[in-house]
Design a protein around this ligand. Structure first.
Ligand SMILES: C=C(O[C@@H]1C=C(C(=O)O)C=C[C@H]1O)C(=O)O
Length: 463
């Protein structure tokens, strides 16, 4: 495994891919070695990575630039036979929310930025076969890729490894599914009284005029009855949340601690760049799901008419458009609509821009993060309020996770509806946008609703 720095010279990258019969997502992930990678996004190929042929890490305020430079150095050295665009070399990873991320538990093994070039990768070109909305059968295909990076890697060795891996993947069988482990204990970072006090202080700041919106989050630490089986959890999240961005990020296994895993199924895209086309989402404003289609519709209409939620949403949409403007020849926002997920409904405005010149996806991710959907406005005052109020480190929660390629294209999601798992414990994160007329108890309930996607995968039969 090579760890590249920005000054890395004389590295050589070799990547070889072959088409394979479509394997089961769960079986491939079960057989993968740490650090494991999962990426699956609506309309994109799904990926499971096993191990790391190279790892790029960076810290601090210039971590976006540092990763871009290291990625350019890595990709510049490529000897690539990908066979299909979806299997071309890509780096998967993400960033910490704050530039000066702390390293307290559960984030000890997560630097300010970390990207992995998987050692072995399976790519499902039409999404994974167990995602409910995966593409039609005819669009589905799977590829196996073996990568190597180093001063003297040999293409023949990589090809031999590809043959061996192919035999291994083709012999995988999709063994039985493990259900949710069950929750035996839970600890909140934020008691109800502290939450009320935090929201009230934020509301006062907003009313006094030095803040317009701030997103405050909580964390929930749970003990499980058994170790968490991420292949099962991520497979079920794919079925329940086909419109979401599913991810799994793992740091290197550390000698001092058991493996830590950060995973989730988030509805929010931060940005995607292909050529000069940029796509992003303003997603803010939340309500629950109804028991019946009529109740669902009623809740959606009430959300769309609710002044507080519409205000909270519009601040995000306007800011995202403003943040894109310096890069763009044109920006257009679609009509506001509802994104309906299994557990919640959100106000959603899709936004598209055409770039004025070629830009790396990381430049856009840096410009947009954190949007007021997870930070606030103005950004500095919001970040200060978050630091003063939240009694825990956000780590990678609500920060960009995704991929980049050699052309500087990529997709990043905002790491929401997520948790960090380590053996039989997990820490879940969820937040809400606070504006002038926020009610602490209603915001509390909304946080609990946003734990549901992950909590449903941990609790045995709702227990
Ligand atoms: C902060 C979260 O979600 C964000 C906040 C929302 C809101 O306040 O309505 C809605 C979607 C997300 O942009 C979260 O899920 O933790």
């Amino acid at each position: 495994m090579e760890s590249l720095r920005t000054d890395a010279a004389d590295y050589h990258l070799v990547s070889r891919s072959v088409p394979i019969p479509t394997p089961s997502f769960r079986a491939v992930l079960r057989a993968a070695d740490a650090p494991r990678t999962v990426w699956s996004a609506p309309g994109e190929a799904a990926v499971v990575g096993s191990g790391a042929a190279a790892t790029l890490t960076a810290d601090g305020a210039d971590r976006f630039d540092a990763i871009r430079e290291a990625a350019e150095a890595l990709f510049a050295s490529g000897d690539v036979h990908a066979g299909t665009e979806a299997a071309r070399p890509r780096l998967f990873g993400g960033f910490a929310f704050h530039a000066d991320s702390a390293d307290g538990p559960p984030w000890e093994d997560f630097p300010g930025a970390r990207f992995v070039f998987p050692r072995v990768q399976v790519t499902w070109t039409g999404g994974t076969p167990d995602a409910a909305d995966a593409a039609a059968d005819s669009d589905r295909g799977a590829w196996l890729t073996v990568n190597a990076v180093g001063p003297d890697v040999d293409a023949a060795d990589v090809e031999a490894r590809l043959d061996a891996e192919r035999e291994r993947v083709e012999s995988l069988s999709d063994d039985s599914e493990r259900g949710p482990p069950g929750v035996t204990d839970r600890r909140r970072t934020t008691a109800r009284e502290d939450w009320r006090a935090g929201v009230e202080t934020a509301v006062e700041r907003i009313r006094s005029g030095d803040l317009r919106k701030v997103v405050l989050a909580q964390a929930l630490e749970v003990d499980l009855d058994d170790d968490l089986s991420l292949p099962d959890v991520l497979s079920r999240l794919g079925e329940a949340y086909p419109d979401c961005y599913r991810f799994l990020v793992e740091p290197e296994p550390s000698a001092d601690r058991p493996q830590t895993s950060f995973f989730g199924a988030t509805p929010e895209r931060l940005v995607s760049v292909r050529g000069r086309t940029v796509e992003t989402d303003a997603l803010a404003g939340t309500t629950g799901r109804g028991e019946t289609p009529a109740e669902d519709e009623w809740l959606a209409q009430e959300l769309a008419r609710d002044e507080k939620n519409v205000h909270e949403h519009e601040l995000v949409a306007e800011t995202v458009e403003d943040q894109l403007a310096p890069f763009a020849a044109s920006v257009s926002a679609g009509p506001r609509r509802i994104k309906r997920l299994a557990t919640v409904q959100h106000l959603w405005t899709p936004i598209t821009a055409t770039l004025a010149s070629d830009e790396h996806v990381l430049s856009l991710a840096e410009a947009l993060h954190p949007t007021p959907a997870v930070g606030g406005l103005p950004p500095e005052a919001a970040l200060e309020t978050i630091r003063e109020t939240e009694p825990f480190d956000r780590g990678w929660y609500a920060a960009p996770v995704g991929w980049i390629d050699a052309a500087g294209y990529g997709t990043f999601a905002v790491a929401l509806r997520s948790a960090v798992a380590r053996e039989d414990t997990a820490t879940l994160f969820a937040g809400v946008g606070i504006v002038a007329d926020s009610d602490p108890d209603r915001e509390w309930d909304e946080v609990q609703l946003k734990y549901r996607p992950i909590l449903d995968e941990l609790e045995a039969d709702g227990a």
